[in-house]
Design a protein around this ligand. Sequence first.
Ligand SMILES: [Zn+2]
Length: 165
Amino acid sequence: MRCPFCRESDSRVVDSRTSEDGAAIRRRRQCRHCGRRFTTMEATSLSVIKRSGVTEEFSRQKIMSGVRKACQGRPVSDDDLAKLAQRVEENIRSRGIAEIDADEVGLSILDPLRELDQVAYLRFASVYQGFDSLEDFEAAIDSLRADALLQSGQTREPTPDDFAD
Ligand SMILES: [Zn+2]
């Protein structure tokens, strides 16, 4: 790591801390030659292997743009998308792997997207889980309904009797 002031490569680490999102380590260094201090960021590399076999660096921006398409017309803000992309990255990095298949990245988007917006989730899942029939959509919708019932504490579908007095 060269000193940005004098270009010497001999420096010592004076402080080291993990960035807020846990994806990088921020180091404060002091040059042994000129004594000036500078900061470096070190991120572990995380590669995504595409179906074509090409690998590219993991990118939150790519997660966001992929999910944004599924969210068209839905009440989902850029801030929501940024948080979702951060969750996906933290989840993948917590597995301690250096490479991941693009399909796996897609699958790891499903759970947080399901919490964020159910319509966007269905659109996205239909692509990544390869829905090819109405039954696939029905199964996914049934599963969303089951979640909603669990959350509301109900164990059955409401009937008209529930609303009569
Ligand atoms: Zn220096």
